[in-house]
Design a protein around this ligand. Sequence first.
Ligand code: ATP
Ligand code: MG
Length: 451
Amino acid sequence: MIRKLLRRVFRKHTAPAPQAEAAEIPLEVHGIRREMISPAARKICSVLQEAGFKAYVVGGAVRDLIARIDPKDFDVATSATPEEVRHLFRRSRIIGRRFRIVHVMSGPETIEVSTFRALHDESIETDEHGRVLDDNVWGTIEEDAARRDFTVNALYYDPTTEVVMDFHHGVLDLKQKTMRVIGDPPLRYREDPVRMLRAVRLAAKLDLILDPAARRPIREMSELLANVPAARLFDEMLKLLSSGFAVVSLRRLRDEGLHHGLLPLLDIILQNPTGERFIWLSLENTDARVRAGKPISPGFLFATLLWQEVLANWNARREAGEHTQPALFEAMDEVLATQAGKLAITRRIAADITEIWALQPRFEKRSGKMPFRLIEQPRFRAGYDFLRLRAEAGEIELELPDWWDTFAHADTETRETLLATSKKDAAPRKRRPRKRKPAGADAGTQGPDGD
Ligand code: ATP
Ligand code: MG
């Protein structure tokens, strides 16, 4: 039945054109009832409409709702300028420079409200590679739709009428599981190379096939990602990794050869079986958490992605006779510094990453007062989760995280007993010949030398 309805709706349009007239898709086809829209987005649309402007929920949220995925957030597009939006909502502020939008706060939500934008012409400012630098020329809804990246993203939902305005056959593409670029893919990738990453990420998330025309140019054009500011790439990678579809997205990125500039050593890491297992395990955990609606920490995520590099660097230093802890700090600094040029990890996240890594050798000390101090650490839980991941990937023995789990949940008396026994257990392994360390420094685990 849906198929028949769709055919009827789309009969007028056979090929996607940049500025087509919209098809008005009814509720029976798209299935989005207004209650599925967040209260804030609904309210903002109705305030704007009552003031005489056009206003729609747009982009990712509409796409996800049609695909029966919970939208991450709701964005609104309107014919009102940022200043007009700003005047209608007391709790709002204009943000951005290259791309000015308004953040409107309503209840606990913040909604991004953007003004319809005009299509690019020669007067638009670009860098020497064709990347658009200034994007604040207002336009019509048709133009706004044509300048969005993919057909499945050029959908406008009116909560008042429950109609979807579809300018580029996005609903049909979505139902037919195809991801298509609006306009000429190479041109659109040149304007903004991040669109290549978005293509792969969104296709993975929505389980869509990249249309051959959209897929073909990617391999050749992937080097354009080098011109994208590192901070923007970081945002995009973070989105990818925290989408709940990190595993599929990263596999697809690899298939398209797009990961080179992002996580430079991913190839090397994935050649090492422990490294490969570690990364996929960590991303599977992350995906499961996201899908269960639990929070994830970007620090933890990047700590896992870069760990194999730290480990290799740390091991090399230890084998050269450096002491465990200073060697680790040197290794961490070096890896983060190398990464900074490609993917600008924010300072706060870098601090989180460092904390998680720095805790690792402390888990090896299972005697004296140290374990009591460690479990009181605010980052104990993150450090412990990281330790367990290392064990599950086969880098260290599972016995270590198991021990800490028991220790953390035990009463004082049991803890004393645990300390006494672990010391005994640890003794034979402590005397490995090539480690020149003070007694007790490496008790109870093979440490990072083992795999
Ligand atoms: P997500 O599920 O990650 O939120 P999204 O498609 O909603 O994916 P946003 O960054 O929230 O991504 O963008 C909202 C909308 O803005 C998109 O659906 C798309 O229409 C448009 N858009 C975003 N980035 C671009 C881009 N680089 N080029 C063209 N249009 C874009
Ligand atoms: Mg979105």
